[in-house]
Design a protein around this ligand. Structure first.
Ligand code: ADP
Ligand code: MG
Length: 145
């Protein structure tokens, strides 16, 4: 599995790292994307989706929709919890999304969930840097199920 510390020197490199993670997915994984506004969470998600043979132009920020569904090689739900200030798991129907054991769930602003136990394989992707900066990206495997 692709875990470790990486530096990306361009938007394309951030996308490509997402693609590498996407290529490892088998279904049922949770991906938590940490990082401030403009860090690259949505771009990284486009990279993941490109590995699942999905049209990346259809991958957009769910900051208003809250949940985007992509019927790719795997079923993917892309969440953005930025606007939710309480009980985020309930607001997006997270338990229902978890009913599908093979769905991949990608979550921007996962800190809004508080402590939530997924009982799934969970990856955390922490992206540091914004603007034109090089991004420092750490990928860890945080929960095994
Ligand atoms: P978020 O979803 O975290 O708010 P977005 O993915 O929407 O952020 O936007 C990230 C921005 O950062 C994009 O404009 C992208 O081109 C830029 N970006 C990503 N990685 C790099 C990098 N390594 N160097 C410079 N810019 C980057
Ligand atoms: Mg985003």
């Amino acid at each position: 599995m692709i875990t470790g510390n990486f530096k990306t020197e361009s938007p394309i490199a951030t996308f490509d790292l997402g693609h590498e993670l996407g290529a490892e997915l088998r279904g049922g994984e949770i991906i938590l994307l940490d990082g401030g506004l403009g860090a690259g969470k949505t771009l990284f998600t486009k990279g993941i989706m490109s590995a699942l043979d999905y049209d990346i132009d259809e991958v957009t920020s769910p900051s208003f929709t809250l949940v985007n569904h992509y019927a790719a090689n795997l079923n993917v739900f892309h969440l953005d919890l930025w606007r939710i200030d309480s009980d985020a798991a309930f607001a997006v129907g997270l338990e229902e999304l978890l009913d599908d054991p093979l769905a991949v769930i990608i979550i921007e602003w996962p800190e809004r969930l508080g402590s939530f136990s997924f009982n799934r394989r969970v990856f955390r992707v922490e992206i540091k840097g914004d603007g034109d900066d090089i991004r420092e990206i750490r990928i860890t495997d945080v929960e095994d199920a």
